[in-house]
Design a protein around this ligand. Structure first.
Ligand SMILES: Cc1cc2nc3c(=O)[nH]c(=O)nc-3n(C[C@H](O)[C@H](O)[C@H](O)COP(=O)(O)OP(=O)(O)OC[C@H]3O[C@@H](n4cnc5c(N)ncnc54)[C@H](O)[C@@H]3O)c2cc1C
Length: 396
């Protein structure tokens, strides 16, 4: 037995079909019998190839059977930082309220941390029925190991069928840990969530393959169905004046010791707005030619009251910190206006910005792919066009 996969020696005829089928080179024939090595990923292709002989079996004993019917309702993760609810929280609750319309089940929120009680009423005011809270000084801001365990424990006790978090730095790090503890699936960075009208399960839709297709993912056999929601995609929940929800103290759950010690918290110094929250973004790419030319991008961003973004080429060249990178391996943004200056429009860049309301591209190459997604294209030298734009905006 290796990695939960087993060759039944008596059934193996040494035909080699499994060897040919394995995309990872994880099977070899030794003494005319298939032997599986540590490269195996349990993908199961060899099991299909050996269907005639049935000599290879996978035992997925990492997953356990669950009583799915015992799970009910929608739960959201109330992310917060430095005593404030994150701006994604009303968006997740907005998504949960849409789901509630089709599921007719209550919405609860998990709020864990230090000095968090004051946020519970604010969460309820967005239309949440119950806040499941652990307020304890032992839960530090970055004690993710503790937080993941507590969230998993609360979910195990309360059994919601759906659990949603933000596709933020915190959500992207915390929710996978929770999913792993609960042995359930997680769809990251969803742009659409819906309830299947017949099965009543969650349709979790997100861009795949660099944004070329939309994939809808279902989690049929495990609970909760977990998803993170992309920032600025879901409509934030409105405040419901006088909404009546309750706060349930979950402090009977034991708090484990954290293995994480935070030595220092250093806030990034930037004179412009964080790109994830910005309504206007001006991004610079390799066309800027020199790091000092980012000043031009900053000036335009400031004139618009917006944030500075960048392509990966600019980040990789150390012209600007990674926190400004837009794209598949950077941030996904959805501003009202996105201005791309000297950016070619590689598919990985487009994956992070093409849902912006208005895209303005400035590029000297009329064939640059950025013009395929731009609503307004300016073919020209950015060193002439951008100063002119700043002049026009300031003069307006
Ligand atoms: C797995 C993977 C993940 C990736 N993730 C990301 C990601 O998250 N984000 C990202 O951005 N990229 C990402 N990339 C890299 C991506 O493929 C491109 O290499 C990158 O986006 C190119 O950056 P750029 O457009 O700034 O540079 P280039 O492609 O070199 O484009 C520069 C552009 O500037 C124009 N230009 C030059 N001079 C001027 C001028 N004076 N005035 C106007 N225009 C001018 C040129 O015509 C050209 O179109 C990823 C790649 C891989 C393989």
């Amino acid at each position: 037995m290796s990695n939960g996969i087993k060759v039944i020696k008596d059934k193996c005829v040494g035909c080699g079909l499994c060897v040919k089928s394995c995309p990872y080179g994880a099977i070899e024939l030794i003494d005319k019998k298939a032997v599986i090595n540590e490269k195996c990923t349990l993908c199961g292709v060899c099991v299909d190839a050996c269907r005639k002989f049935g000599a290879i079996v996978i035992t997925r004993n990492t997953f356990r059977g669950q009583d799915i019917a015992a799970y009910s309702g929608i739960c959201v993760y109330a992310e917060h930082r430095q005593g404030k609810l994150s701006s994604i929280v009303p968006e997740i609750i907005g998504a949960a309220r849409e789901l509630k319309k089709d599921l007719s089940k209550p919405i609860c929120a998990i709020l864990v941390g230090k000095d968090v009680s004051a946020m519970a009423r604010e969460i309820i005011s967005y239309g949440v029925d119950e806040v499941l809270m652990i307020d304890n000084p032992k839960i530090g801001d970055f004690a993710e190991d503790i937080q993941a365990q507590l969230v998993a424990d609360i979910l195990t006790e309360k059994k919601p069928e759906i659990f949603l978090g933000g596709g933020t730095i915190i959500g992207r790090s915390l929710l996978p840990k929770v999913a792993a503890k609960l042995l359930t699936g997680l769809t990251a960075d969803c742009t659409e969530l819906a309830i299947d009208p017949d099965e009543k399960i969650l349709h979790q839709t997100r861009p795949a393959f660099g944004g070329n297709i939309m994939a809808t993912i279902l989690c049929r056999n495990h609970r909760p169905q977990m998803a993170t929601v992309r920032h600025k995609v879901m409509k934030p929940a409105d405040i419901v004046e006088g909404y009546e929800g309750k706060v349930t103290d979950m402090s009977h759950i034991a708090i484990p010791e954290s293995q994480i010690e935070v030595l220092e918290f250093v806030e990034e110094q930037t004179e412009t707005v964080n790109i994830a929250d910005a309504d206007f973004i001006v991004s610079g790419g390799r066309g800027l030619k020199d790091p000092k030319n980012f000043k031009l991008i900053e000036d335009l961003a400031k004139a618009l009251g917006g944030a500075v973004g960048a392509s990966r080429a600019a980040v990789d060249a150390d012209w600007i910190p990674y926190s400004h990178q837009v794209g598949q391996t950077g941030k996904t943004v959805n501003p009202n206006i996105y201005v791309a200056c000297g950016i070619s429009g590689a598919i990985q860049h487009l994956a992070g910005m093409k849902s912006s309301d208005i895209i303005i591209a400035i590029n000297s190459d009329p064939e640059a792919p950025i013009f395929d997604v731009a609503h307004y294209g300016i073919v020209g030298d950015l060193f002439e066009v951008v100063p002119e734009m700043i002049k026009q905006i300031k003069g307006a």
